[in-house]
Design a protein around this ligand. Structure first.
Ligand SMILES: NC(=O)C1=CN([C@@H]2O[C@H](COP(=O)(O)OP(=O)(O)OC[C@H]3O[C@@H](n4cnc5c(N)ncnc54)[C@H](O)[C@@H]3O)[C@@H](O)[C@H]2O)C=CC1
Ligand SMILES: N[C@@H](CC=O)C(=O)O
Ligand code: NA
Length: 457
């Protein structure tokens, strides 16, 4: 049977990995897919670099390298277009054009799907082609397959994941080697983990793209990145990582989504989905707390299966290529099937999506780590605990670190101490009000640090 012909849009980190894996494992892949899968053409911005990669391959001789992505989309011999250029706009245009040309599409581009997913999936359905995106979430970990197929019997309750390798790498290196933030970020860029714009990684945007896609699949809601709460790791202080450890917790950047039914401020049940990315304290004894370096891990809780954990490499050339090539094989196996029998993009049939709202952050219910730099004088602790008690927020654990441990006398020449607290659960809106009151106390000498905490039990 004639080999399936693939066109690669972009041959950077992931594109190069795809090219290498397809070439190295071609015989295994042919035996699994029932037919060979060959790269016919590559579209690149840097032609010389692309030609060098292609020329270095034993099967590179027949591969066309072009600067014109549309040449590849128009090529009637190409069955599947693989989009690996990244970004929102050009990628959207090219993917929609490829779909309109009747090509199946594989993409690793979570930004594209988190923002334009609804449009792209609708276009693909109308054309009867497949858009596959396993690489877009947690790279090589088959989490899309697990959520969409393996867990399909379950009502998913919550998902929590370390889904950005760059930030997990930064947090691990900073903690273990005491390295500086910028130096570790540069190393993550050198290793090919970081996005073209690394602020997407460190500000939590990349993790929010992935959490948005997983939430859509898990709860059968449309992809709605604009509703995700996003907070990165740039404000995280080494001191808080240390205090968290002393309390038995690790701090990880988590992408969290959760079905919830807590009452709002007026006592009415909220009935919605929490969707948020932020640094999070998690108990050090949890497996996910021990996921280090650029590794990813996703915990999924379903009502029937209980808690499940998926672990592996979420970034890098070949781990990501592993997912892209798996999607190619899936498409080859499914392409002859009636499109009605394809696995729905978001696991639920398109006419069965739910309108369960993504809740505003003020309605999220979680517990908290708070650090207050206060004047070291009698009565301060009582003032602080009274404000918390008035809002019905109870304290779960309390640490005090004396002035010599936090740098002696502060800028205002007042002896200072750090009060570190873990609270029980509270509404974020309530906590915001409490923090405003605490911050206004003359005895609170610096901006209060608030980090959310999850038990993940
Ligand atoms: N690097 C990683 O570990 C992972 C990346 N991804 C996603 O995979 C995609 C690709 O990422 P990387 O390979 O890391 O990026 P990259 O920046 O290494 O490669 C992108 C390549 O596309 C080329 N390009 C840009 N515009 C083009 C155009 N109009 N026509 C042809 N080529 C064009 C660039 O010159 C570059 O060589 C992104 O969507 C990224 O978010 C997903 C999972 C992991
Ligand atoms: N920049 C991303 C790459 C994979 O999606 C990361 O660091 O995880
Ligand atoms: Na994946």
């Amino acid at each position: 049977m004639k080999a399936i012909q693939v066109g690669l849009l972009g041959i950077g980190t992931v594109g190069t990995g795809v090219f290498q894996v397809l070439q190295r494992n071609q015989e295994e892949i042919r035996r699994r897919a029932g037919v060979g899968i060959e790269v016919r053409a590559v579209a690149a911005r840097n032609l010389a670099r692309a030609q060098a990669i292609v020329a270095a391959s034993p099967v590179g001789a027949g591969v066309k390298v072009t600067a014109d992505a549309r040449e590849l989309i128009r090529d009637p011999q190409i069955d599947i277009v693989v989009e690996l250029i990244g970004g929102y706009d050009t990628a959207r245009t090219l993917v929609l054009e490829a779909i309109a040309a009747g090509k199946h599409v594989v993409t690793a581009n979570k930004a594209l799907l988190a923002v334009h997913g609804a449009e792209i999936f609708a276009a693909a359905r109308a054309q009867g082609v497949i858009v596959a995106f396993e690489a877009a979430v947690a790279g090589g970990i088959p989490i899309i397959k697990a959520l969409r197929e393996g867990l399909t019997a379950n009502r998913i309750q919550w998902i929590a994941g370390i889904i950005n390798g760059t930030t997990n790498f930064i947090l691990s290196e900073m903690r273990d080697k005491g390295l500086d933030f910028d130096a570790v970020l540069q190393e993550a860029q050198r290793l090919g983990y970081a996005e073209a714009d690394p602020t997407f990684d460190i500000e939590g945007i990349d993790a929010a793209h992935k959490a948005t896609i997983m939430a859509a699949i898990a709860y059968g809601i449309p992809v709605q990145f604009d509703k995700a709460y996003t907070e990165g790791i740039t404000q995280l202080a080494a001191q808080d990582i240390r205090y968290a450890e002393q309390l038995g917790y690790r701090i990880k950047l988590l992408g969290i989504s959760k079905r919830t039914d807590h009452p709002d401020a007026s006592g009415k049940p909220t009935g919605g989905i929490e969707l948020r990315v932020h640094p999070t304290l998690i108990p050090a004894k949890r497996l996910i707390a021990n996921v280090e370096g650029a590794m990813n891990a996703v915990v999924v809780n379903g009502d029937a299966v209980g808690t499940t954990l998926y672990y592996g490499k979420g970034a890098g050339a070949e781990p990501t290529a592993s997912a892209v090539v798996a999607d190619l094989v899936d498409i080859v196996r499914l392409r002859a099937a009636d499109p009605q029998h394809h696995v729905p993009y978001l696991a639920f049939q398109p006419d069965s999506l739910s309108n369960l709202p993504v809740l505003p952050m003020s309605e999220v219910v979680t517990s908290y780590y708070l650090r207050l730099r206060v004047a070291d004088q009698a009565g301060v602790l009582a003032q602080v605990t009274r404000i918390l008690a008035d809002a019905d927020i109870s304290i779960d654990a309390l640490l005090q670190r004396e002035a010599d441990e936090v740098g002696g006398e502060g800028v205002q020449g007042v002896p200072q101490t750090d009060l570190i607290m873990l609270t029980h659960e509270a509404r974020e809106g309530t906590m915001n009000g409490v923090l405003a009151k605490l911050q206004a106390l003359p005895t609170v000498l610096a901006p209060i640090v608030r980090i959310r905490k999850e038990e993940l039990a």
